[in-house]
Ligand binder design. Structure first.
Ligand code: FES
Length: 145
């Protein structure tokens, strides 16, 4: 039921880890399944994403979609990263089963949350970016574990 690409990114996820002093960090959660995803961005003065890492506490599709999302935004400008939708992530993985599409949405939201944090810290403006709904604070995460 999963494509080879999904299995590959699940078994060998790219860009797992943390970035110290990130330019932007976003953590999002899905209240229904309880899965949590965090994205770290290292962005240079030209607004290019030099490095990106993720940590995901969630299902296999959540791991695969975060892995693919990090691959898709790496080396892009923040505005280009903003345009990486969950649909693009799904397509890059050759599709996801319908019940797992929300996992790719979490990846899109995590990227947006990290971009939002970057804008808050740097004063940058990204067209079309809104504060992600599922953004969750550190305190809430600690409560959850
Ligand atoms: Fe919720 Fe995958 S089941 S993120």
């Amino acid at each position: 039921m999963y494509t080879e690409k999904v299995m590959d990114h699940f078994q060998h996820p790219r860009n797992v880890g943390e970035i110290e002093n990130p330019s932007g960090m976003g953590t999002v959660g899905n209240a229904k399944c309880g899965d949590i995803m965090r994205i770290y961005l290292d962005i240079d003065d030209d607004q290019i994403i030099r490095d990106v890492k993720f940590k995901t506490f969630g299902c296999g599709a959540a791991v695969a979609t975060s892995s693919m999302a990090t691959e898709l935004v790496k080396g892009k400008t923040v505005q280009e990263a903003m345009e990486v939708t969950n649909k693009a992530v799904c397509e890059a993985l050759d599709g996801l089963p319908p019940v797992k599409v929300h996992c790719s949405l979490l990846a899109e939201e995590a990227i947006h949350a990290a971009l939002w944090d970057y804008c808050q810290k740097s004063g940058a403006v990204i067209n079309g970016l809104k504060k992600p709904k599922n953004d969750i604070s550190e305190e809430e995460i600690e409560e959850e574990y």
